[in-house]
Structures are given as C-alpha cells and as structure tokens.
Design a binder for this molecule. Structure first.
Ligand code: ATP
Ligand code: MG
Length: 250
C-alpha cells in the first residue's frame, strides 16, 4: 500500500509548489514509484512539472456520462471505465501523473464515482508514494484519498492569517471522516527565525512546525520561463528546505 502525502492551506500559499518539490525529492532519492495526483480542478501541478496534460479523469467521466450505454458489448461496465481511467495516467520515466480535472456537473455520478474511488484505491497499491495536490478547501480531500492520509502538510505563508486558516482546517478534519496519521506545518516564504508571535500562535494550534521554506526567487523565474520545477538546482533554497522537511518527516 502506498504512502499518501497531501497538502492543505489557504489559496496561493504554495501547496502546489511544495507538492512538486516533494515529488522531486521522492524521485531523486529513489523512493519510487511515485504517483502525483493533481486533484485541483484549476489544475496546475502538471504545469509546475512541465507536463502537457491532455486527458483528465473529469473529461473521461463527462464523456462516459454523455453515453453511458456506450460500453462495448460483453464488457463489464466497471472494467470499461477503469480502462478509460488508465488512459488518464501520464507516465514519465521517474513518476506518473493523474489529473482529476473538472468536477462533476449535475446528475447522478454515484456509480462512476464509486468505480473511480475503487480505481484510485487499486492504484494506490501500485505506487510507493501518492502525492496529492488539492485545491484550497479540505472538502474534497477525504473523497479523493479514500479517507486515509499518511502525511498531511499544512502549508501557510508567513502570516497569522495563514495560520488561522490552518487552525480552521485542523478543526474541520474530524468532521471530514479523514484519518490522518501524521501532520505538520510548513511555512513558505518565511524568515530563518520565526517571530515569537507567529510561534505562539502556531503552538496554540498544537501542530508542530516541520520546516520553513524561504522566499526563493528562482520559483518566479521558472514560472515566467514556463520551466519545470523538477529542473531547479539542488542548491535552490526551496529545494534544500523541502528535502530537509522530507528527510525529517517521511
Ligand atoms: N517559497 C517561495 N518563494 C517564492 N515564491 C513562492 C514560494 N512558494 C510559492 N511561491 C509562489 O507563489 C505562487 C503560488 O504558489 P502555489 O501555486 O504553489 O500556491 P497554491 O497554494 O498551490 O495555490 P492555490 O491555492 O491557488 O492552488 C506561485 O507563483 C509560486 O511560484
Ligand atoms: Mg495549487
């Protein structure tokens, strides 16, 4: 069974960036096979990894829903949908990527979603790590990870507002039927020494701070040049920081 790593935190704090650098760490240290899952409907994990995504699970689901009777004769519906889903997995030499894409529209998607959940469950057994980058809210995480997460990184920028968002997310966890084995705070764009006020607020939440990722100008540069963050130098401050966090927590 694979280890599921997921991220939570308010919008724009750096979840996708950290998720990409986590994939970078896992593949560069031989902790493979890795499946990166882009579970954000406004997906961009593929972009940060420099990949051209043409097929998403959402597209496949919508196409199927348009013609649910289009299952080849004699073929089991679940097997047919799973075979379609397999087409959404983008393989690279170092890791695979699955992009969930758009969310379901109106109508009854229960059957397809059940098959999809079983499919993701069975995928989990083929990979050592699943790195799930999701959107800012937490609502979908439980649905998209079959309710189990091994490590949840609570990502915040260096602000009290960011920390308060984490407190709210933490408060939501129980109601989400999500079982989280281990969690910790990751501060992005933080200084070397965090202020006492910030540390005190974090202490009140009661979750350990696992590490601080400094402001890294190379991230903006790579974004502007549409380059994959997987190509960042080993010495880049963000890479060094994420590697350190992973070594300590994984
Ligand atoms: N440590 C850092 N140093 C400099 N820039 C950073 C850092 N971390 C993130 N950024 C930049 O901040 C922006 C937002 O980052 P990112 O997309 O990873 O956030 P997000 O939490 O995934 O956002 P969303 O909630 O919209 O999915 C990006 O332009 C990214 O390059
Ligand atoms: Mg994101």
């Amino acid at each position: 069974m694979s280890k599921i790593i997921a991220f939570a935190g308010k919008g724009g704090v750096g979840k996708t960036t950290v998720a990409t650098l986590v994939v970078r760490y896992l593949t560069s240290t031989g902790k493979s096979p890795v499946l990166a899952v882009d579970a954000d409907p406004n997906s961009n994990l593929g972009e940060t990894m420099g990949m051209n995504v043409t097929t998403t699970v959402g597209d496949i689901r919508e196409n199927f829903m348009k013609d649910p009777q289009g299952v080849p004769s004699g073929m089991d519906k679940a097997i047919y949908i799973e075979s379609l889903m397999n087409q959404a997995i983008i393989e690279t030499p170092n890791f695979d990527l699955l992009v969930m894409g758009r969310q379901e529209g109106h109508g009854c998607y229960c059957m397809v979603n059940n098959i999809l959940n079983n499919f993701t469950d069975s995928l989990a057994s083929s990979y050592k790590y699943m790195v799930v980058d999701n959107e800012a809210g937490m609502e979908h995480l439980s649905r998209r990870t079959s309710g189990k997460v091994d490590i949840l990184y609570l990502v915040t920028d260096y602000s009290l507002r960011g920390l308060r968002a984490l407190r709210r997310i933490h408060g939501l966890l129980d109601g989400l039927k999500l079982s989280v084995k281990k969690m910790g705070i990751v501060v992005t764009r933080g200084p070397e020494k965090l202020s006492d006020i910030f540390l005190a607020e974090a202490k009140e939440i009661g979750i350990p701070i696992l590490g601080v990722i400094p402001d890294d100008p190379a991230l903006l540069e790579f974004d502007m040049e549409k380059r994959s963050l997987l190509e960042l130098k080993d010495s880049s401050p963000s890479v060094v920081a994420v590697n350190r966090i992973m070594e300590a927590s994984c």
